[in-house]
Design a binder for this molecule. Structure first.
Ligand code: HEC
Length: 118
């Protein structure tokens, strides 16, 4: 009885360790594959970017991010802005949180207007 109880606890601990390792290691280091699925990224844009740029991306604390507002910025410039932020403004750098491929995906969707809510 005692021994089986102990080994179950041991199993639980190792499952938690594996989950922690997966959770902390994956996103920042894998450069080429988006680390999150499209639904997850879309949600992030609406929730996190939307908290400053407006839930419908029509602007708020930050400027609007609809395709008609981004004609002055090539996709690569948008990628750079999202990665590095805009120093001296509220726009934070996202590269500590998002893989490069995630940021490229978001830039492409912003230019395409694919994440814009009605
Ligand atoms: C804490 C507030 C805040 C959050 C969160 C935020 N931004 Fe910004 N963002 C700003 C501000 C303020 C500016 C304007 C900076 C300036 O004055 O040039 C900006 C500028 C930008 C620009 C340049 C727009 C232009 O016309 O020059 C882009 C693109 C952008 N943000 C994308 C994003 C994306 C994508 C996210 C989410 C991953 C995001 N931002 C999250 C505040 C924020």
């Amino acid at each position: 009885m005692n021994t089986s109880g102990r080994s179950q606890t041991g199993q639980k601990v190792s499952v938690i360790l594996v989950l922690l390792m997966l959770g902390s290691g994956a996103p920042v280091t894998l450069a080429d594959e988006p680390s999150r699925g499209p639904a997850d990224l879309e949600n992030l844009v609406v929730q996190d970017c939307g908290s400053c740029h407006g839930l419908t991306l029509k602007g708020g604390l930050g400027p609007p991010l609809r395709p008609e507002n981004l004609t002055h910025l090539p996709e690569a410039a948008i990628t750079a802005i999202i990665s590095e932020g805009v120093p001296g403004t509220a726009m934070p750098p996202w590269k500590p949180l998002l893989a490069p491929a995630d940021i490229e995906w978001i830039s492409h969707q912003l230019k395409a207007g694919a994440l814009v809510l009605p």
